[in-house]
Design a binder for this molecule. Structure first.
Ligand SMILES: Cc1cc2nc3c(=O)[nH]c(=O)nc-3n(C[C@H](O)[C@H](O)[C@H](O)COP(=O)(O)OP(=O)(O)OC[C@H]3O[C@@H](n4cnc5c(N)ncnc54)[C@H](O)[C@@H]3O)c2cc1C
Length: 463
């Protein structure tokens, strides 16, 4: 026999997306449940680089990581060329943190629980409950000391925050537009170790990104210090193009390097999949909301997804509150969540998706050339990585003339870069024009897909 619970909102998955939403809904007076297959020690347990910008906390109002959850302040990012002879330092005024994900996740959940959110850990969501064509709840199995208990969670709104696995979303009727499978080439597999090194890391407040298509094809590898001796080191590789698994690449290259290979102690190692594309076409449907990796709300260029999972949770919280004020949980009311996300963060991410696709075509030689010649100068990179658009080249006239002269030496690259800039701007515009209502979605999706087809054809990309 199954136990039955009734809630206003059931959040499935309590990683960065789900627990942020639980926290943001905690004082709304709604009856909220959050469930996760993980136990206490594995909350936010997905392997990660653990780096997050401070801006995400300021934007969403989520508490800054403190105590044991805050492991290292980050003041800058160094990006290395394939030869490692060229280094570009990006420093953002707000900076960021290296966190202990489990500790931070627990802090959020504790606060949510104190305000009345019911948290069910060791609870495996199995499938959606659909009655008369409407989503009304979730079947789950709770693992307890006395055995497993079947549970039915009934709810007006169900939120899938189970990451790229999509425990609920992928089992919804495929005719619902919110079901939009992830293409392998729009995702990456990343593998990382957390290690204690036998030397002091210089400048532990600087995280390092290395672009090298031999070590990290279609991605990059990183070294993110967590204090002077502990580092999170990993490799992300584009899927769907026959590249080796990053674990093999780690063994082949990073285990043997004098900096990353000098390990005294291995603290943790794991790999996982991550989406690296523009946000899903819609992240809501009747009685349903999808946030975080589940909704592909990530930065397609660097793969960071924790902060954007929080942003998606913020828009979801606002939209859910509004739905309860109106007593209407249909896609029409929940659409505000799409409008909020797509026309701001989503537009930037779509621009970055266009850039990501281009970057994944470049060889080591081309990246080296671009970085040596100042084409990827700090202004361009900061602008592109935060705004999703190469809009303004913040260069003096003389510098512009030099850059142009270098590009004229490689006319094909000049044309490609102009195409990239043009389509970044076009896709952003499309996202700003995200349809006001759900009935405008099919036509909008058609425009986005046509734009991507044109773009890839112009660059000769067949994946
Ligand atoms: C190796 C690697 C490095 C990364 N580095 C960074 C980085 O440095 N910075 C950054 O911002 N992002 C990084 N990312 C991306 C980041 O980890 C994700 O974007 C982020 O974790 C997404 O949060 P989420 O809550 O959407 O999903 P997840 O973190 O995947 O959380 C999903 C939750 O759902 C639960 N769940 C799944 N299925 C079920 C089920 N059936 N029933 C109940 N519960 C379920 C899981 O236990 C989990 O707790 C990295 C990813 C990888 C793989």
């Amino acid at each position: 026999m199954a136990v039955e619970y009734k809630y206003d909102v059931v959040i499935v998955g309590l990683g960065p997306a789900g627990s942020s939403l639980a926290y943001l809904l905690k004082d709304t007076g709604l009856k909220v449940a959050g469930l996760d297959i993980a136990d206490f020690n594995r909350v936010w347990g997905k392997p990660c680089g653990d780096a997050i910008g401070k801006g995400h906390f300021l934007e969403t109002g989520l508490p800054l990581p403190k105590g044991e959850a805050m492991m290292q302040v980050v003041n800058a990012v160094d990006i290395y060329s394939p030869s490692e002879e060229v280094k570009i330092r990006l420093s953002e005024p707000e900076g960021g943190f290296m966190i202990d994900r489990n500790k931070y996740g627990l802090q959020l959940l504790e606060e949510a629980q104190k305000s009345g959110v019911d948290v069910y850990l060791k609870t495996h969501a199995l499938s959606p409950i659909i009655e008369n064509g409407r989503l009304v709840g979730v079947y789950a199995k709770r693992h307890g000391e006395d055995g497993d208990v079947n549970v039915k969670f009934y709810s007006k709104i169900i939120v899938d925050a189970t990451g790229s696995g999509g425990a609920i979303k992928r089992k919804l009727p495929s005719s619902w537009p919110v079901v939009e499978p992830l293409k392998p080439t729009d995702s990456a597999v990343a593998y990382r170790k957390i290690v204690e090194l036998d030397y002091d890391i210089e400048e532990p407040d600087v995280i390092r990104i290395y672009i090298n298509a031999d070590i990290a094809p279609g991605g990059y590898w990183w070294l993110f210090p967590k204090g002077r001796r502990i580092a999170n080191i990993g490799i992300g590789v584009q899927r769907g193009r026959g590249y080796p698994h990053p674990r093999h690449l780690y063994e082949k290259y990073l285990d043997k390097r004098p900096d990353t290979g000098r390990v005294v102690r291995l603290l943790n190692e794991a790999g996982a999949l991550l989406p690296t594309r523009r946000p899903a076409n819609t992240i809501v449907w009747d009685n349903f909301v999808s946030i975080g990796d589940n909704a592909y709300t990530v930065n397609p260029v660097h793969g960071g997804g924790m902060g954007y999972a929080m942003t998606a949770a913020m828009y979801a919280a606002r939209g859910i509150e509004k739905a309860f004020e109106k007593g209407d949980y249909s896609v029409e009311t929940l659409w505000d969540i799409n409008l909020g996300y797509m026309r701001s963060t989503g537009a930037k991410q779509a621009g970055l998706d266009i850039l990501r696709i281009y970057l994944q075509t470049l060889t080591n030689e081309e990246v080296e050339w671009a970085m040596r010649n100042g084409l990827a100068n700090v202004d361009n990179l900061v602008e592109a990585s935060t705004q999703g658009e190469i809009k303004r080249l913040n260069l003096t006239l003389l510098e512009k003339a030099k850059v142009l002269a270098r590009l004229l030496g490689r006319p094909t690259k000049l044309m490609e870069l102009l195409t990239v800039a043009e389509y970044m701007s076009k896709v952003k515009k499309l996202y700003y024009e995200y349809p006001e209502r759900p009935d405008g979605l099919p036509r909008w999706v058609d425009r986005v897909e046509t734009l991507y087809r044109e773009y890839k054809a112009r660059l000769g990309i067949d994946w």
